[in-house]
Design a protein around this ligand. Structure first.
Ligand code: F1P
Length: 363
């Protein structure tokens, strides 16, 4: 019997990201779809980004980017929140449903509720073909190049995020931001192997028991996604916080067996590096991911990943997701697990009996 090779699909999908982004960008240019969808969204409308799991974390970063670029209101919601607390949902808004598979029960129920009950016209984004979501939503963005064999989302996360960030740039008329993704793809491609070497060395050198990911602004959702990657692929205990929130209680857990990862922003750099210095002094093992590090950040980092990518800060969120993906993968492999087949997980969460049952019947 042929030996199962652990993680082959996942690692191939992680490395394929820059090429996948390029394919997506070529598709957007051909169809002009993001331009027409973006410009059709009213400037007064709040954008509500909705998803589950990694797709919810796409929503968090997309909502932050939307407000940064357009100055307009935006929020992110897990689909379940909309179903269980529909009364807290704004009646007038632009909902954007995010689902790699296009079949997640909560997202489908959310689409029915928004389209049929609230009479709102939804935009859905998915990577799969022939999906249930496209029959329920008014408009569809499809990224077939970003679909995956793996259960764990990697290139689908970054590619759906990239599309939604371009949608925001189109709404804002910020064409420089939209164009920066070509540079992002070219500059990220040669980095992934060196990032992998550093992450592998980190995992082999330190005895890490649990994981913390810290980020602010658009990088907070990236920190949450990294938490999920590590939990899914390595069955480890992982948490995320806004960087400066870590001081307000959670730092009690710090010790040499805690890996604290800092996703450094440019906007909050000096305040975030002050937390890094403090946490290093408390004895944590630290992984620092930033664009350009100063001597204090260098000194406080057990492992430093400097991206040096010449794009606006929020556009860098897509590349900032890769170290967390590689960390989840390599911790999983080091524990003898198969990242292609995470424990207890399925590729899509389909709930039975949603009518009046598990999903409380908002739709
Ligand atoms: C996303 C998701 C994944 C998670 C799990 C179940 O679903 O929640 O984030 O890893 O495998 O599905 P979707 O994007 O297809 O709706």
């Amino acid at each position: 019997m042929a030996k199962v090779q652990f993680g082959v699909h996942t690692i191939e999908e992680i490395f394929s990201q820059p090429e996948t982004w390029k394919q997506c960008l070529a598709g957007f240019r051909q169809t002009h779809q993001l331009k027409s969808f973006g410009q059709a969204i009213s400037k007064e409308s709040e954008c509500v980004f909705i998803g589950c799991g990694s797709s919810y974390y796409v929503a968090l970063v997309a909502a932050s980017t939307w407000t940064l670029l357009t100055g307009g209101p935006a929020r992110a919601l897990p689909a379940s929140e909309l179903l269980l607390f529909p009364q807290s949902f704004p009646n007038s808004c632009q909902p954007i449903l995010i689902s790699r598979s296009g079949h997640t029960s909560e997202v489908l129920e959310a689409a029915k509720f928004l389209e049929n009950r609230l009479n709102l016209r939804t935009i859905a984004i998915t990577c799969a073909t022939d999906t249930a979501i496209e029959k329920l939503s008014s408009r569809l963005i499809r990224l077939p190049a970003a679909d995956e064999r793996s259960t764990v989302m990697t290139r689908s996360f970054t590619s759906m995020l990239l599309a939604l960030q371009i949608l925001a740039a189109e709404r804002a008329g910020n064409y420089e931001f939209a164009r920066s993704f070509d540079r992002l793809a070219s500059e990220t491609r040669p980095l992934i192997e060196s990032v992998q070497l550093k992450i592998r060395k980190l995992v082999q050198t330190f005895h890490i028991q649990d994981f913390v990911f810290l980020g602010q602004g658009p990088f907070f959702g990236v920190a949450q996604e990294a938490t999920l990657k590590v939990a899914e692929m390595s069955c480890s205990y992982a948490q995320s916080f806004h960087t400066l929130e870590f001081r307000h209680g959670p730092k009690a857990i710090v010790g040499p067996e805690t890996l604290v990862t800092f996703l450094l922003t440019d906007s909050g750099y000096s305040s975030e590096v002050a937390v890094l210095k403090e946490i290093k002094n408390l004895g944590a093992t630290t992984l620092v991911i930033g664009n350009l590090a100063d001597p204090v950040a260098r000194k406080s980092a057990d492992c430093l990943i400097e991206l040096s990518i010449d794009v606006p800060e929020a556009a860098r969120a897509v590349a900032m997701a890769i170290p967390g993906q590689l960390l989840g993968y390599h911790v999983g492999i080091a524990k003898g697990l198969n990242p292609d087949e995470p424990r207890n997980l399925t590729r899509v969460v389909v709930l039975e009996g949603q009518d009046g049952g598990a999903l409380h019947g908002a739709a």
